[in-house]
Write a protein that binds this ligand. Structure first.
Ligand code: HEM
Ligand code: HEM
Length: 196
């Protein structure tokens, strides 16, 4: 396993370069994307149940995933602040597109932290943690009785809007501009110039 990992990573670009994201940033990006899709799915599923036991079984997955995306995003921010810097934006795009891309990227971080904070807020205020994780038999509370439920619901919808804009932009670059932008966010081998 270790040998496989070393061989896979050998010759890969760990840090980002001017033209593309490095292995660490790419790995965190796609792990986060999978986690966020799972969180949106499990969150809407949980809130669709009235039955406490059914809701609890979905939330017992949703909450740990939510804490995981919080920790992963903290690592992501630390990676950008202390270890790596982002590639320059693609040249030749109109200024409004560059500005919107920057805004959407920043808003993703804001919404992730907002969702995590409101989720944790709901758990603390309602005391549902002991029902989900400490074997209490009490029924779950109505989360709408607690204020953080409102921003949590709004944040989920903002996240979906950001995702639509973000995926729309990626598809536009891939299929209309055909500038290969998607490959900036994929695992690359070092080019001859980057090796030397
Ligand atoms: C919830 C899911 C997603 C989130 C939160 C997300 C977030 C981000 C963020 C914050 C960046 C900026 C780089 C960084 O800070 O690490 C980025 C870049 C990028 N994302 Fe996503 N992303 C998601 C899903 C996707 C999907 C599904 C695609 C493809 C269809 C995609 C394609 C890209 C590409 C191509 C870039 C690089 C853009 C550039 O070169 O400037 N992302 N994403
Ligand atoms: C990026 C992270 C997260 C995302 C994308 C997310 C997504 C969602 C979604 C889509 C819903 C349903 C919203 C609605 O129906 O209006 C939801 C509900 C909920 N989430 Fe999250 N969530 C995240 C983090 C968390 C965390 C960290 C916790 C707890 C520590 C949490 C606890 C809950 C609870 C208790 C509900 C209420 C379920 C109900 O009303 O029945 N979430 N979440």
């Amino acid at each position: 396993m270790t040998l496989f990992l070393i061989q896979t990573l050998r010759g890969r670009i760990v840090k980002s370069t001017a033209t593309g994201y490095g292995t660490v940033a790419v790995t965190i990006h796609w792990l986060s994307a999978i986690l966020i899709l799972a969180l949106l799915g499990s969150g809407f599923r949980a809130s669709s149940f009235v039955d406490s036991a059914a809701k609890a079984s979905v939330l017992s997955v949703h909450v740990p995933l939510g804490i995981t995306i919080l920790l992963l995003t903290l690592v992501r921010v630390a990676w950008w602040v202390f270890a790596d810097s982002k590639p320059s934006h693609p040249t030749g795009d109109p200024a409004w597109q560059t500005m919107s891309a920057k805004a959407v990227h920043i808003l993703f971080y804001v919404v992730i932290f907002g969702m995590a904070a409101s989720g944790i807020g709901m758990m603390i205020l309602s005391g549902a943690g002991s029902i989900l994780f400490a074997g209490s038999d009490a029924p779950l509370p109505d989360f709408w009785d607690y204020l953080p439920r409102v921003p949590h619901g709004i944040g989920a919808r903002v996240m979906i809007a950001l995702l639509a804009l973000h995926i729309g932009a990626a598809l536009y670059h891939h299929f209309i501009k055909k500038d290969g932008l998607i490959w900036r966010m994929w695992f690359r081998q070092k080019t001859q110039r980057e090796r030397s």
